[in-house]
Design a protein around this ligand. Structure first.
Ligand SMILES: [Zn+2]
Length: 682
C-alpha cells in the first residue's frame, strides 16, 4: 500500500469511528458490538503506525496525545462564563418569574427546565469545525486551558458533524457544558483504586475535578468522564434567525454532535414550571449523573437579551437547588476553632457518617448562641445537613434518643490557642453575637489563619505553603506575619521536622514568584475583615497603588460603588494599625508589587486605545482571537462580545459572522488584521 492509499483508508476509518462514537456516546444507540468497534480502532492504529504521515490532527487516535504538562496555561473566555443565581426556596423562584415578567410586560414567556448536573463547568471552543480549546470556568473571565484532558472525553467531538448547509465548519462555535463522572463509573473507579491500595475519592464531583486537573492526559483518559452540553458562548457564522431560542440552539448542538440533557421540560405557565421542578426531583435518580437542582431558563434568546445580566449572573436564568441531604449521627465532642479574625467557632466532632456522597466527621455549630438555641449536648444524636459547597452543619438534636448521660458544653472564657480572655463582638453582617480572641498580633491561631490565607491559591498562591508547614513555622517562632515569610532562609525551613530540601526550595521559589502577583491578591491576602477577593479587585480598580488605598479615609472608600460603610471602616481601621503599617513597609522593602494592574483611570490617555471598544469576528490570518484580545487590552482598549453604537472598531477576519453586517449597518469602522496592527503601532 502506498501513502496516498493509506491516507485514504485512514480518513475513511476515522470517519467511520467518529460516526460510531457519536452513536454510542451521544445518542446512546450503539450500532456495533464493542468487539467490532475495537477491531476498527485497532485497524486505524495499525495503519497510522505503518504510515505515520497519515495521522490526521483530528484522528480518533489523537484523543490521548502529548506529554505531561508542567501546568495549565490561562485561557480568556471571549464571552464570560457567568454563574447562576441559585435558591432553595420556591418563593424565590416565583419572585424571579415575576421579575422577568415585569421586564417583559405583556409578553408570552416560555421557560425551559433542565437538570443541573453536579460536575465541573467547562467551555469548548471549535474553530472551523475543529475542537481547538477547552477551558475551566476559572473566575468566569479567565480559566485553565485543559484541552488535552478534555480531548480524552469521547462524547466531545474532535470535529463537528456536518448538520447541513456547511454548518459543521462554522467559524466559531463555543459551547458550555458540565463534565461529570457517572455514578456507575465513579463506583467502579473507586473499587479499582481500593484494590490497588490507592486513596478513594470522596464523591464523583471531586473525582472529576481531580481528573480534569491531571497534568498527564494519559491519567485523565483512564477516568470515566463524560459531558453534557447546556448552552453556547460565542458563536459566529450563523444567521441570527437560525438561533432564536434555547430549544433551537440545543437541537442544533445535538445535530453538530454534542450530548445535551436527555430530558428537559418546556413550560408555558408558572404552575407548569413548578410541576416540572418537582417532576425532575422525582426522577433525579434516573439520570446517570448526580443532579443537585433544576435550571430554569428563558427560552427566547431575544427576550434574554432584553432582560440582560448582572456582573455575576444572567437575569434570565436561575437554579433551584433540591433540599440539602441530611443524616443522623452521634456528636462525640465539641472543639473550638479560632479563625484568622479571632472568632471562636464551636465545631462538632462526629461519629463519621456518609452524607451526600462524602464521609463527614466534623460539622459547624456556628456560634455559642446557635449552640444554646439548639440545646446541643455532648453525646447527643444530631441531625447534620450538607448543601452544596457549604460546610456541613448541625441542624437539630434528636431529643427522644437521649439516655441521660449527655453533657452540656461549657463555652470557654479564654482563647484555646493563646489563653487570652475572650470578648464579645458582633457577628458577621450583624448576625448575632460571637466570642473573639482580642490578641490580634500574638495569638498563634490567628497568625496561622492569616498566613494560610496569604499563601492560599486564592490569594498569593504560594507553592508548598500549606497548613502543615505554616503550623511548624509559627510553632518554631519563625513567622508572625506575612512579611516574616520573605525573610526566611533555606536552612531555617529545612531544619523543620518532616521538611525536605526540595519542598523548602519550592516554598522559597513560591515566595519569590509571589512578589510579582497582582496587587488585588496582596490586598485580599492581608485578611482585612469583610474584604474578599471581589472587594480587593474593586479597590485595585479604583486606586493606582497600595499607598493610595492606605491613605484613603473611610469616606473616600465608602464613595466607591460596591463598598459600603462597614467595609470602608474595616479597611481604614486596618491601615490605621501601626503593626500593620510596619508590615506593609517591610513588604515594600522586600520588593512586592504595590502598583495596581487593574487600575482604571478614566483620565489616563497614555495608552493608545483607551476608551475604544472592539468586537472580533471571523478568523484572522495570523493572530489568534485571544492574542488579539490581549493586544487590545494591553493598549488600553476593551473587547466586547456584541456590536452596538458604542463599538469603536470591528476586527474582522475570514468567514465573519452576522456581527459584521450589524457593524456595517451601524457604520462602525471595520479593520482587517493588517490595519489593526498598524493602528497598534501608531
Ligand atoms: Zn487567641
Amino acid at each position: 500500500m502506498d501513502l496516498s492509499e493509506a491516507m485514504r483508508r485512514v480518513a475513511d476509518l476515522s470517519r467511520t469511528i467518529r460516526h460510531h462514537d457519536y452513536a454510542y456516546y451521544v445518542l446512546a444507540q450503539p450500532e456495533l458490538s464493542d468487539r467490532d468497534y475495537d477491531l476498527l480502532y485497532r485497524k486505524l492504529l495499525d495503519l497510522e503506525k505503518a504510515f505515520p504521515a497519515s495521522v490526521l490532527r483530528d484522528s480518533p487516535s489523537q484523543r490521548v496525545g502529548g506529554q505531561p504538562q508542567d501546568g495549565f496555561e490561562s485561557f480568556r473566555h471571549s464571552v464570560p462564563m457567568l454563574s447562576l443565581d441559585n435558591t432553595y426556596s420556591i418563593e424565590e423562584v416565583r419572585g424571579f418569574l415575576d421579575r422577568v415578567q415585569r421586564l417583559l410586560p405583556k409578553q408570552e414567556l416560555i421557560w425551559v427546565v433542565e437538570p443541573k448536573a453536579d460536575g465541573v463547568a467547562v467551555s469548548l471552543r471549535f474553530e472551523n469545525g475543529e475542537f481547538k480549546v477547552g477551558a475551566t470556568r476559572g473566575d468566569g473571565t479567565v480559566g485553565d486551558n485543559i484541552t488535552a484532558n478534555l480531548k480524552t472525553i469521547k462524547s466531545i467531538p474532535l470535529v463537528l458533524r456536518d448538520a447541513g448547509a456547511g454548518m459543521g465548519r462554522i467559524p466559531v462555535c463555543e459551547v458550555r457544558g458540565e463534565v461529570y463522572l457517572s455514578r456507575s463509573g465513579f463506583l467502579q473507579m473507586n473499587e479499582e483504586r481500593r484494590k490497588a491500595g490507592e486513596a478513594e475519592f470522596a464523591n464523583p464531583r471531586n473525582a472529576c475535578t481531580g481528573s480534569l486537573k491531571q497534568l498527564d492526559p494519559r491519567i485523565a483518559a483512564k477516568r470515566p468522564m463524560d459531558i453534557v452540553i447546556y448552552g453556547i458562548g460565542e458563536i459566529s457564522g450563523l444567521e441570527e434567525a437560525d438561533l432564536h431560542s434555547h430549544s433551537t440552539v440545543m437541537a442544533l448542538l445535538n445535530s453538530l454532535g454534542f450530548r445535551t440533557p436527555n430530558r428537559t421540560w418546556t413550560c408555558h405557565t408558572e404552575s407548569d414550571l413548578l410541576e416540572a421542578i418537582k417532576d425532575l426531583e422525582r426522577n433525579r435518580e434516573g439520570f446517570e449523573y448526580e443532579i443537585d437542582g433544576a435550571v430554569i431558563k428563558l427560552d427566547s434568546l431575544m427576550q434574554r437579551e432584553i432582560v440582560g445580566h448582572t456582573a455575576k449572573a444572567p437575569r434570565w436564568a436561575m437554579a433551584f437547588k433540591y433540599a440539602a441531604e441530611r443524616a443522623i449521627t452521634i456528636l462525640k465532642g465539641i472543639t473550638i476553632q479560632v479563625g484568622r479574625t479571632g472568632a471562636l467557632t464551636p465545631v462538632a466532632e462526629l461519629e463519621p457518617t456518609l452524607l451526600a456522597g462524602s464521609t463527614i466527621s466534623r460539622a459547624t455549630l456556628h456560634n455559642e448562641e446557635d449552640l444554646n438555641r439548639k440545646g446541643v449536648r455532648i453525646g447527643d444524636h444530631v441531625v447534620i445537613e450538607k448543601a452544596g459547597e457549604v460546610i456541613p452543619a448541625v441542624v437539630s438534636v434528636v431529643k427522644d434518643r437521649r439516655r441521660g448521660d449527655e453533657r452540656v458544653f461549657q463555652f470557654p472564657g479564654e482563647c484555646p490557642a493563646c489563653g487570652t480572655e475572650v470578648v464579645q463582638a458582633p457577628g458577621k453582617s450583624g448576625g448575632g453575637v460571637i466570642w473573639r480572641c482580642p490578641n490580634r498580633h500574638d495569638c498563634p491561631a490567628q497568625i496561622r489563619g492569616r498566613l494560610e490565607l496569604w499563601c492560599s491559591r486564592r490569594s498569593m498562591d504560594i507553592e508548598s505553603g500549606g497548613t502543615v508547614l505554616i503550623r511548624q513555622l509559627v510553632d518554631a517562632g519563625l513567622a508572625k506575619d506575612s512579611a516574616d515569610l520573605y525573610d526566611l532562609q533555606s536552612d531555617q525551613i529545612v531544619s523543620l521536622e518532616r521538611m525536605g530540601e526540595k519542598s523548602a526550595r519550592n516554598f522559597l521559589e513560591g515566595l519569590q514568584s509571589s512578589k510579582k502577583q497582582d496587587l488585588w491578591r496582596l490586598v485580599f491576602g492581608l485578611g482585612i475583615s469583610n474584604v474578599g477577593a471581589g472587594v480587593a479587585k474593586t479597590l485595585c480598580r479604583s486606586f493606582a497603588a497600595l499607598d493610595e488605598i492606605a491613605a484613603a479615609d473611610a469616606g473616600q472608600l465608602a464613595a466607591i460603588h460596591e463598598i459600603g460603610d462597614v467595609i470602608a471602616s474595616s479597611i481604614s481601621e486596618w491601615f490605621g494599625d501601626e503593626a500593620n503599617q510596619r508590615m506593609i513597609e517591610r513588604l515594600r522593602e522586600q520588593g512586592l508589587k504595590f502598583k495596581s494592574e487593574l487600575y482604571e483611570d478614566s483620565e489616563d490617555s497614555d495608552k493608545p486605545l483607551t476608551g475604544k471598544t472592539f468586537v472580533l469576528t471571523g478568523t484572522l490570518p495570523q493572530l489568534k482571537r485571544n492574542e488579539a484580545t490581549a493586544r487590545i487590552e494591553a493598549a488600553g482598549g476593551k473587547v466586547s462580545g456584541s456590536v452596538s453604537k458604542k463599538t469603536s472598531y470591528i476586527l474582522a477576519g475570514a468567514d465573519p459572522g452576522s456581527k459584521l453586517e450589524k457593524a456595517r449597518k451601524l457604520e462602525v469602522t471595520i479593520l482587517d488584521e493588517a490595519s489593526f496592527l498598524q493602528l497598534l503601532e501608531q
